[in-house]
Design a protein around this ligand. Structure first.
Ligand code: OFO
Length: 169
């Protein structure tokens, strides 16, 4: 692999690890703020991001590159509301989508069609993750401003976490 591609993949490895830590910190906040379902959902999401990181690392090393870890910022620990948590999730997923697109631009510039093909999985994954963050946020906006609405959404998130966990297991 060309150095520019390895460097760009290592940057993405850091972004996936950072995503995992951001969602882990969110899960911890949800658990302390009375949202066990949202916590469960975000713990699963954090695990998924770590799998995305490991998948990239395995690819880089298999292709004779060297997967490297980077220094990361401390994730935000406290949030005002559940709505704010998912607003940040959606914003973050959009940022990750943009970074995957930038990575693809590097691959195309370097004519690395193998890595371009490998990254298609991430393109599809980002479509799904942006859609589910938006769906959750829409639900919170519709019904989540009341105590009862939040309780129901939290229950639903617990169910979504179980389904997602089963799919990745
Ligand atoms: Fe790694 O899939 Fe979202 O961020």
């Amino acid at each position: 692999m060309k150095k520019a591609v390895v460097d760009a993949l290592n940057k993405q490895i850091a972004i996936e690890e950072d995503s995992s830590r951001i969602y882990l910190a969110m899960a911890s906040w949800c658990e302390t703020a009375g949202f066990p379902g949202a916590a469960k959902y975000l713990y699963v999401h954090s695990d998924e991001e770590r799998i995305h990181q490991l998948k990239l690392m395995a690819y880089v090393n298999t292709m004779d590159g060297h997967a490297l870890l980077s220094k990361l910022d401390q994730p935000v620990a406290a949030y005002k509301t559940l709505k704010q948590v998912f607003e940040i999730v959606l914003k973050h997923e959009k940022f990750v989508t943009a970074s995957i697109n930038k990575l693809l631009e590097v691959c195309m510039k370097e004519k690395d069609y193998t890595t371009t093909n490998f990254l298609q999985w991430y393109v599809t994954e980002q479509v799904e993750e942006e859609a589910s963050a938006k769906e959750i946020l829409d639900k919170i906006k519709l019904a989540g401003e009341t105590q009862g609405g939040l309780f129901l959404i939290d229950k639903e998130l617990a169910g979504m976490a179980t389904a997602a966990g089963a799919a990745t297991a």
